[in-house]
Write a protein that binds this ligand. Structure first.
Ligand SMILES: Nc1ncnc2c1ncn2[C@@H]1O[C@H](COP(=O)(O)OP(=O)(O)OP(=O)(O)O)[C@@H](O)[C@H]1O
Length: 313
């Protein structure tokens, strides 16, 4: 008989305050073994506090966490055998070489992954004698992933892994994360790049103001968003955008450089075609595309004007 596998991580009713500041109001989520699970949200949403609590680096005021059945708040030793962590902006000593860092980290574990093979797999084989300060941003990130993996963890936490990387380096790191998952390691990924969450994660929790606002596959989150599809076309004659905005399901309509873009719910495209026919407008270069996580995210998170969330689109 098929047995349900135990979840890799269970967070149940986590609450964490710093003095009077509520960092995590109430977060519950469960990460299945073998998935890439994303925690997505704006600055200050409580993402890092949540993963640091999972990693046993912070103890919640309320709630319960289990990582493969281990309580990270009371059994750090057992936790380090199953969990690897790459935390936000983890900086190494500038003068340490790749080889030294890997040797040092390996010494922490009774049965470490042979580090030369790990370095090779992560594209660091030719940089073993290079000092940390001389590595590119992408290489530094790859080293921090290697260090998180050297203890042969069953689950790895990667926090804002690609912040500061150029698009090519970011994609390389994404590929690496997929390889990690393909080798059977569960990945818990904190990000505020929507594109990253959309292309990499099996499921995503959108967190804002200390709570999970939605938790689903990226595709399902997009379907639920008010702008699940984006229709673009070049109109044969001026279009009455105001009339299009009143169509059922249309979330926004705007025109830029002669191209009209309509964002709306699934099924909006048909109503749109009828309305254009009524206006005697022929839509040239018509494209209907699935929306992105952006719209789901914007629907679910609070609009804060000083929000510095980065977007890659
Ligand atoms: N040690 C601390 N002392 C006081 N307040 C803190 C501390 N750590 C975090 N906070 C506050 O708690 C809230 C949640 O922070 P957290 O770092 O968990 O958010 P985040 O979603 O990871 O944000 P970012 O994307 O900016 O890293 C923020 O308002 C933050 O300023």
């Amino acid at each position: 008989m098929h047995q349900e596998r135990e979840p890799a991580v269970v967070v149940d009713g986590l609450r964490k305050t710093y003095g009077t500041k509520v960092a995590v109001e109430e977060i519950s989520l469960s990460v299945a073994e073998g998935e890439i699970f994303g925690i997505l949200g704006p600055n200050g949403a409580g993402k890092t506090t949540t993963v640091e609590s999972i990693a046993g680096l912070r103890v919640g005021d309320k709630g319960r966490i289990r990582v493969h059945g281990i309580d990270p708040w009371s059994d750090r030793e057992a936790l380090t055998k199953v969990l690897g962590v790459q935390l936000q902006e983890s900086k190494l000593q500038p003068k340490i070489t790749v080889r030294e860092a890997l040797e040092l980290w390996s010494a922490f574990y009774p049965d470490p992954e042979p580090w030369p093979a790990l370095a090779e797999r992560l594209g660091l084989g030719d940089h073993l004698d290079q000092r940390f300060e001389k590595l590119s941003g992408g290489q530094q990130q790859r080293l921090s992933i290697a260090l998180a993996l050297v203890g042969k963890p069953r689950i790895v936490i990667l926090d804002e892994l690609t912040t500061g990387l150029d698009p090519r380096a970011r994609r390389e790191v994404w590929k690496m994360v997929e390889n990690i998952r393909d080798r059977g390691v569960t990945v818990l990924l904190v990000t505020h790049f929507m594109e990253e969450a959309q292309s990499l994660c099996d499921r995503v929790a959108i967190v804002d103001r200390g709570r999970v606002r939605a938790l689903d596959t990226p595709a399902a989150l997009i379907d639920r968003a008010s702008a699940a599809t984006i229709t673009t076309f070049v109109p044969s004659a001026p279009v009455d955008l105001e009339a299009l905005r009143t169509l059922p399901g249309v979330a926004s309509a705007h025109s830029e450089n002669g191209t009209v873009a309509i964002e709306g719910a699934e099924g909006t495209a048909l109503a749109l075609m009828r309305a254009l026919a009524d206006q005697d407008v022929v839509p040239g270069r018509l494209r209907v595309e699935a929306g992105t996580l952006d719209s789901a995210y914007l629907d679910l998170t609070e609009d804060t004007t000083d929000d510095t969330m980065e977007k890659t689109r």
